[in-house]
Design a binder for this molecule. Structure first.
Ligand code: MLT
Length: 419
């Protein structure tokens, strides 16, 4: 049969003239041989040059560079530049970019009122998405998605202001006064200072924590077409500005199945710690599929192997806890869970390897962040990926407005008889 100009032939499929999607998809449904996406070209599926993942081999690369190498040697802003601009910056480009971002970390004072208007028990992700939605109102010169200078400015402003917004949201959730940025400290150290400084007192930045947070932000910087990133792209495909698109991405990330997963891991570890069962018993309960007993932080839609990010995060967890002199029983529980999962046929056959969410919560907790800050930290890390993906899509002249395909399954026709 014919679809547009292409003649397709399938054994056992009778010839049909025309390109009527309904007829064809019914036909294909009957034969069960193949499905046809009648909405192809506007389903929001895409090609991308940004992040490569091989889920079988457990490989993750940004613009071709192995994530392990970037995590070990780069700064978060260097990786942001790489993701967004496609190449690693020269040292001069990096210092200009870093200086530009750090110069813009200040927020208009009205943001203190905006964020201060939220109840202290509001989730910081709600604060984050609202404040990002408000940014274009204050920087109208950065809004036009088709003006390259405006897009570059919006890129810098978003990267610059997100940590400040996240720190303000954190302070608001604790009923503390918001502390403005000190760009001279550097991106990650200043974020820690804005988050943890006790009012009025100097904050001693711990290099080990700075390194750990820098690395975690890099590991979260992009992950190709995950839920939030594809949201950012689809919103941008309607020519919504970068802020509106990223704000929508923050909403997607707030879901427990996406950015909220490490909160769920911590809850599971705490539950095991509080119960009379040991870890082995808990895993038996998982295997027996007991109601409400779930293994969080294992398995991934793409990785059928160890999530390359999890291996790095595990080492960081050890370092941070040692540095802070904390012996965390939860970390021991996590390691035992992993040990069992990697040696037990039940988990091996199901390819249930630890994913990136498994150890991150433990590190954030050791640093002093409460669980409701885990997702905002993920958002600060993911910002370069969202921006890079949005820009790649906007620069592609073949991009069409996203319109997911629907298969109608409702009543064919009903008569309205009134009430
Ligand atoms: C991510 O980093 O975005 C998560 O692993 C989720 C995903 O890839 O779908």
């Amino acid at each position: 049969f014919r679809v547009d100009d292409h003649e397709l032939e399938f054994a056992r499929v009778p010839a049909v003239e025309g390109n009527d999607g309904v007829v064809i998809s019914n036909l294909l449904k009957e034969t069960g041989l193949v499905t046809l996406d009648s909405g192809f070209m506007n389903t929001a599926s895409c090609e991308s040059k940004i992040t490569y993942i091989d889920g079988d081999e457990g490989i993750l690369r940004y613009r071709g560079y192995p994530i392990e190498q970037l995590a070990a040697q780069s700064s978060f802003l260097e990786v942001a530049y790489l993701l967004i601009h496609g190449d690693l910056p020269s040292s001069e480009e990096l210092s200009q970019f870093t200086e530009r971002v750090e110069r813009h970390t200040h927020l208009h004072d009205n943001f203190k009122n905006l964020i201060g208007a939220f109840p202290t028990d509001a989730h910081p992700m709600a604060v984050l998405s609202s404040a990002v939605s408000a940014l274009p109102g204050y920087y109208p010169e950065s809004v036009d998605p088709f003006d390259s200078h405006a897009v570059e400015l919006a890129t810098v402003l978003l990267l610059a202001k997100l940590p400040t917004i996240a720190a303000y949201a954190f302070r608001q959730s604790r009923g503390q006064e918001m502390i403005g940025p000190d760009p001279s400290l550097g991106y990650v150290p200043d974020f820690l200072r804005m988050s943890f400084s006790t009012n009025g007192e100097p904050y001693e930045v711990d290099d080990a924590l700075v390194q750990a947070l820098n690395l975690l932000l890099i590991l979260h910087a992009d992950h190709e077409q995950n839920c939030s990133t594809s949201t950012v792209r689809i919103v941008g495909s309607a020519h919504a500005n970068l802020y509106a698109s990223v704000s929508a991405g923050i909403g997607a990330l707030s879901g427990p199945l996406h950015g909220g997963a490490n909160e769920a891991v911590l809850a599971m570890l705490s539950e095991i710690q509080a119960s009379d069962d040991d870890v082995d018993t808990y895993m038996d309960r998982v295997k027996n599929k007991e109601k409400g007993v779930r293994l969080m932080g294992f398995g991934h839609r793409v990785y059928k192997n160890y999530d390359p990010r999890a291996a790095i995060v595990k080492k960081v967890a050890d370092k941070v806890l040692a540095r802070l002199g904390q012996s965390d029983e939860l970390l021991d529980i996590a390691k035992r869970l992993e040990e069992i999962a990697l040696s037990d046929d039940y988990f091996i056959q199901r390819k249930l390897y630890p994913n990136v969410d498994f150890y991150t919560g433990l590190i954030y907790k050791a640093m002093g962040f409460p669980t409701n800050m885990f997702t905002p930290l993920f958002a600060v890390g993911r910002a370069p990926g969202w921006v890079a993906q949005w820009r790649e899509m906007m620069e592609d002249p073949t991009t069409k407005i996203g319109r997911p395909r629907q298969v109608y399954t409702g009543s064919p026709s009903r008569d309205y008889l009134g009430i």
